[in-house]
Design a protein around this ligand. Structure first.
Ligand SMILES: Cc1cc2nc3c(=O)[nH]c(=O)nc-3n(C[C@H](O)[C@H](O)[C@H](O)COP(=O)(O)O)c2cc1C
Length: 210
């Protein structure tokens, strides 16, 4: 395993994948587990991850993602989709999960539950979706870092038509809407982006010390 800074220097957004190389089940499980362990605001589960395995579906998705080849050529495709029905019931489900996991009473969580319910009620539907998307992006970051440490190539992707993704994946019926995508696999030998120098601002331009 690489150390974290070497890993972050090693990774890049893969443009072309080797279609013959597939990730093992263990590698895929590691990636999914890293998403599962990602933090979120209040710890509330606000998104699902669609692991799209069907190649015909992936071809349809590629057609509405500017024909970006990663969608079909990477070993694995993950679509982060946020919940569109966040409200009291989602908080109750979460509270039940905490009660089961930590063996604590509903009473001990009642203030916490009321606070989350209050937050959700105070947000417009659009704001709620944006808030949920932030949590999904955080998990995306954890996924990208994990992939890098495991020397698995990946590509975060926003270049797709969300409405069409929702339609193709039947997300509306599941109370979900797509927000961001990540592909994972092995880079192609012909991917010229792999050897390009990383473009980042200097530490001085990034950090403001006060
Ligand atoms: C949220 C997000 C969306 C992105 N969408 C795309 C995309 O649709 N297609 C693509 O080829 N790269 C996409 N990228 C990759 C970025 O262009 C890339 O991460 C950035 O240029 C920095 O380069 P590096 O990741 O190779 O170091 C996306 C990156 C992020 C973080």
């Amino acid at each position: 395993m690489l150390n974290i800074i070497n890993a972050l220097n090693w990774r890049y957004a893969a443009n072309a994948y080797d279609t013959n190389k597939k990730l093992s089940d263990e590698q895929v499980n590691t990636l999914i587990e890293s998403i599962r362990l990602a933090p979120s605001s209040y710890g509330l589960p606000v998104y699902k991850v669609i692991h799209v395995k069907d190649i015909e579906t992936r071809k349809k998705l590629k057609a509405v993602a500017w024909d970006q080849p990663q969608i079909t050529d990477a070993s694995d495709l993950f679509v982060f989709a946020v919940k569109t029905d966040l409200g009291d019931a989602s908080v109750d489900d979460y509270v039940n999960l905490i009660m089961e996991t930590r063996n604590v009473s509903a009473e001990s969580l009642s203030k916490f539950a009321a606070m989350i319910k209050g937050t959700l009620k105070s947000l417009s539907e659009d704001h709620k979706t944006t808030w949920a998307a932030k949590q999904a992006y955080l998990a995306l970051g954890v996924l990208l870092s994990t992939a890098a440490l495991e020397e698995i190539d990946s590509t975060p992707m926003e270049g797709f038509d969300k409405k069409q993704f929702d339609e193709i994946l039947g997300l509306k019926d599941l109370g979900l809407t797509s927000t961001v995508v990540c592909t994972a696999g092995y880079r192609s030998e012909n991917d010229s982006s792999a050897s390009m120098a990383k473009v980042r601002v200097s530490k001085e331009n990034l950090v403001i010390e006060k």
